[in-house]
Ligand binder design. Structure first.
Ligand code: HGY
Ligand code: MN
Ligand code: MN
Length: 414
């Protein structure tokens, strides 16, 4: 199944240019910029001949009906939102590769046995509501009322946000896919690490996607005058936060060479009153822990807080944590992995198996059917940074392998 490599690259350049001009490459979910990108994408889906809608969960979906309506659909795609100042290719590569594969089917006058659905999942990256993978959670029926009530800083609820992007939050049940309702899900993505590039390998066949747990850790002390409060009387919440951050860094660092390494990040911190002349009274930190070892992911934050409690109490501080989200590690399906490897081999592209340290929508789609992921190398493994970079031939390799994988799965899956 051939794709049009020039068209794919032109589209990647065009969609990435929908960015906040002062901080490339930023297209945050639920913003006017995101909706501009979506409008462009929807027009491209339609022009390519796909039956295109925004589903109740706010996902953009382009569909090609298959010849056998009794078969479950094959789903391909990724996401068009970005992290702040994020990468140019994280997400859009998979959406646009999926679009090109579907368009190539139309142009060749072919009809697949299975319906083919191309998804731009809503808000794969952590959104201003504090939640990620919102569109794929909707498919899995994993958006709880509590999640829908989450608010972003301007007071909008996630329920309202889904409406803002054209979804229908009161009809979420209509997008839910039960167990065994998807023939296969395949996503092309940049690796976001250095393995493929350092080994000169063209294609990564993902074995599994790490588990990710996010917790809010609240350190409470007392806000005081920064000049008039003697050091021994202070209860400085940020000093306690610093102890937690250092301990987490050391504990995760000690597991760097484990068979299932663990990484821990405090990527967000809010201090109040956040003034140069006030002792910090409270620090709210977001801890994110990732590993293929589910038990380790679950235990890390709780152990950290309970072990450090006495040291923080000695600083006149209290500490508590609240869970934000927990997604267990997810295995890619052997049948999809073999199809990807066979597809790459038939195109003369080298492959290797590797785990994904990044999270992806596939972890939710896995509840409805077998999933697989195709990784392509990215420059110096950089991602979630403006420097993220790939070459046109790497994008084309990913799309070609996706097309061939779809062809193989369409021929072999029931
Ligand atoms: O955060 C992640 O792993 C991803 O890039 N969504
Ligand atoms: Mn990302
Ligand atoms: Mn991504």
């Amino acid at each position: 199944m051939s794709i049009d490599a020039d068209r794919l690259w032109r589209r990647i350049e065009a969609l990435s240019k929908f960015t906040d001009p002062d901080r490339p490459w930023t297209r945050r979910s639920f913003t006017p910029r995101f909706l501009e990108g979506r409008k462009w994408l929807m027009a491209e889906f339609r022009a390519a001949g796909l039956e295109t809608t925004v589903d109740a969960g706010g996902n953009l979906v382009g569909r090609l009906a298959g010849a056998d309506p009794s078969l479950k659909p094959i789903i391909i795609g990724s996401h068009s939102d970005t992290v702040p100042s994020g990468g140019r290719y994280d997400g859009i590569l998979g959406v646009l590769a999926g679009l090109d594969v579907a368009q190539s089917v139309v142009e060749r006058g072919e009809r697949l046995r299975h319906s083919l659905e191309v998804y731009d999942f809503l808000a794969e990256e952590p959104s201003e509501f504090g939640l990620s993978c919102i569109g794929s959670r909707a498919l899995a029926g994993a958006l709880s009322d509590e999640m829908l009530a989450l608010t972003r800083p301007d007071g909008m609820t996630l329920r309202q946000g889904i409406g803002l992007v054209g979804g229908r939050p009161h009809e979420l049940a209509s997008v839910r896919r039960g167990a065994d309702s998807v023939a296969a899900y395949v996503e092309v993505h940049i690796e976001q690490g250095r393995v493929l590039e350092s080994q000169g390998t063209a294609i990564g066949v993902v074995t599994d996607i790490v588990g990710i747990r996010r917790e809010r850790i609240i350190v409470s002390g007392r806000a005081d005058h920064a000049g008039a409060t003697p050091m021994p009387l202070r209860a400085d919440a940020l000093v306690g936060a610093a102890k937690l951050i250092e301990a987490a860094y050391e504990r995760a660092g000690a597991r760097a060479n484990d068979p299932q390494p663990l990484v821990a990040t405090f990527g967000r911190i809010e201090v109040s009153p956040n003034a140069a002349n006030a002792v910090p009274g409270e620090a709210v930190l977001t801890l994110e822990v990732r590993s293929g070892d589910e038990a380790a992911v679950k235990a890390f934050g709780g152990d950290l807080v309970s072990d450090l409690k006495p040291a923080l109490a000695a600083l006149r501080l209290t500490v508590r944590s609240e869970p934000i989200s927990h997604v267990p590690p997810t295995a890619c399906a052997p049948a999809v992995r073999s199809a990807i490897a066979a597809a790459a081999a038939s195109l003369g592209l080298s492959t290797r198996d590797l785990p994904s340290g990044a999270g992806h929508d596939g972890v939710f789609i896995a509840r409805a059917g077998p999933i697989g992921m195709i990784f392509v190398p990215c420059l110096d493994g950089r991602s979630h940074a403006p420097e993220e970079s790939i070459e046109p031939h790497q994008a084309a390799d990913g799309a070609r392998v996706l097309g061939e994988t779809v062809r193989l799965l369409d021929a072999t899956l029931g």
